[in-house]
Design a protein around this ligand. Structure first.
Ligand SMILES: Nc1ncnc2c1ncn2[C@@H]1O[C@H](COP(=O)(O)OP(=O)(O)OP(=O)(O)O)[C@@H](O)[C@H]1O
Length: 501
């Protein structure tokens, strides 16, 4: 009864402790990854991140506590039952330690290989799922399947060799271990006069179980070492670079005029230079311009000219390598990131929605207002047919809505959030011309007291805006007139611009 009692306490304590530790580690890792800079996600395959959060934590949650217990329990056994065979035991332990070291070295490396080859497998799997329609459309199913099988093979190979290493250990420990009962037998016969029958029996039976026990000791110790590999892999991730979240200038320390920042929505870029990584070239070169509050500015330029990079810099997803951005005269690099981002709204090029019901706001009455408000006819006209009720299920990534519908939903979200600055990154690119026109009308009515920065491909979208910035290879250029001329719709654009003004 005492054994059961202490056994239960021992396991409860061990598992409680290991789960607490695992929870703490998981939380730390999650925060580190969430706060990692954009570059980290560009350079780290998604499979590697998934692997840490899934397989490595499975090992930590399930195996680590058990293996630790096994090692403690097993090694205890070895220590207290070998009084009669001290010398023989020491010799055998030394031999086993040599074998164990070889085994442990090999299996640790194999386990590491097993973990690292899992990441490409996860990446391939996620990519295949995301691009399943493209894969089928291009009829490259076979190619992807064979790549998947290759990666699967690469992953299973170390696993197979790990089991081979286990067998190797067993052959050696059993082979050498057979000598131990043999020596015990010889010694019993040799000291037949001094040893009584019960002690001889005990010694023989001990010597026979000794081999298997020592083999399990080595295996369990190595298993523990291997599972600590997962901790090592996670700790490695805990050192990733972080976005600068710290508030350099605390709100209460600011000048009183600065406390209520974002009352006007002025934006100023001052000689801004931005690059995606230290070792890459600048993507924006010396950009300087100013937007007054409530102004609507359009940003146009060829593909790859740096338009989206500019919006990323406003949110400080990319930090300026030189120059500054000011919002209402506050240098945004001195703001707390959370404060900065919560005061800006973006309608991104490729909106991602999370699964659940309509993700507009936690307040349903507010949602209803945004979608059906009488004073916002355009909005209701745009959205009511698509989203008949607020419990409309949204599938993972918003896949059950078209890209255009997702952008509309983001617009509705922006309407509710009503921040002073709204950035639209080709927000209406996936929406038809008529709808685009209606949306532009809505933007003018609903966001008339906001500063709007609109990145657009269609000149028509921004033709009536207060200011236009043309980007070319990361520099601002004076080419708008030329672009309008080249578009082939010059007269139409001109009349639209004149109509609005
Ligand atoms: N994550 C990234 N890592 C490194 N370079 C990048 C990254 N994203 C964009 N770039 C580079 O930055 C430059 C500007 O890209 P950006 O996405 O800002 O262009 P864009 O004008 O928004 O293009 P588009 O109209 O196609 O959206 C390009 O030369 C591109 O190669």
């Amino acid at each position: 009864m005492l054994s059961v009692f202490f056994g239960v306490i021992q396991f409860s304590w061990l598992y409680y402790g290991s789960l607490q530790a695992s929870k703490k580690l998981y939380y730390q890792l999650l925060i580190r990854v969430i706060k990692a800079p954009l570059r980290f996600f560009d350079t780290t395959p998604i499979g590697r991140i998934l692997n840490k959060f899934s397989k490595d934590f499975e090992v930590i949650d399930i195996d680590l506590g058990l293996f630790l217990h096994n090692v403690i329990a097993n090694d205890g056994w070895c220590c207290n039952s070998n009084k009669q065979f001290v010398i023989a035991t020491i010799i055998f332990v030394i031999i086993y330690m040599i074998i164990g070291t070889l085994y442990s070295k090999a299996s640790r490396e194999l386990k590491r290989l097993d973990s690292t080859t899992k990441s490409p497998l996860y990446s391939q799997y996620t990519e295949t799922l995301n691009g399943i329609t493209t894969i089928r459309a291009f009829n490259v199913t076979e190619q992807f399947m064979s790549e998947m099988l290759t990666r699967l093979d690469n992953n299973i190979r170390p696993f197979y060799f790990l089991w081979m290493a286990n067998r190797w250990l067993q052959i050696w420990t059993n082979g050498i271990g057979a000598f131990f009962p043999f020596i015990a037998g010889v010694m019993i016969l040799w000291k037949l006069q001094e040893i009584n029958a019960s002690l001889a029996g005990l010694s023989l039976s001990f010597s026979m179980t000794f081999t298997s026990q020592i083999m399990w000791s080595i295996r369990k110790f190595t298993q523990l070492e291997m599972s600590l590999n997962s901790i090592e892999r996670i700790v490695e991730f805990l050192n990733i670079q972080q976005e600068n979240y710290h508030e350099v200038v605390k709100v209460k320390e600011r000048k009183s005029s600065e406390k209520n920042w974002l009352m006007n929505g002025n934006i100023k870029f001052e000689n801004l230079k931005v690059k995606y990584a230290e070792d890459l070239e600048h993507v924006l070169h010396n950009i300087s311009f100013e937007i007054n509050g409530k102004e609507k500015i359009g940003i146009v330029g060829r593909t790859g000219s740096g338009k989206s990079t500019m919006s990323l810099s406003l949110f400080r997803f990319l930090e300026a390598s030189e120059g500054k951005i000011f919002i209402d005269n506050i240098d945004i690099s001195k703001l707390n990131l959370e404060e900065l981002r919560s005061n800006l709204t973006i309608i991104p090029q490729d909106p991602i929605l999370f699964s659940g019901s309509l993700p507009l706001s936690s307040s349903k009455s507010l949602n209803n207002h945004a979608l059906t408000a009488e004073d916002s006819n355009v909005t209701s006209e745009l959205l009511i047919n698509i989203f008949s009720n607020l419990d409309t299920p949204i599938s993972e990534g918003g896949n059950n809505l078209s890209q255009g519908q997702r952008q509309l939903l983001c617009l509705a979200r922006a309407l509710l959030k009503k921040t002073k600055i709204i950035i639209m990154d080709e927000a209406t690119a996936k929406i038809d011309f008529d709808m685009d026109e209606k949306i532009q009308k809505m933007i003018r009515n609903e966001f008339n007291d906001c500063t709007i920065v609109c990145i657009a491909h269609r000149l028509q979208t921004i033709i009536d805006y207060d200011k236009i910035l043309v980007l070319d290879q990361g520099c601002s250029v004076s080419k708008f007139y030329q672009m309008c001329k080249q578009s082939g719709d010059f007269e139409k654009l001109k009349s639209l611009a004149l109509k609005q003004s």
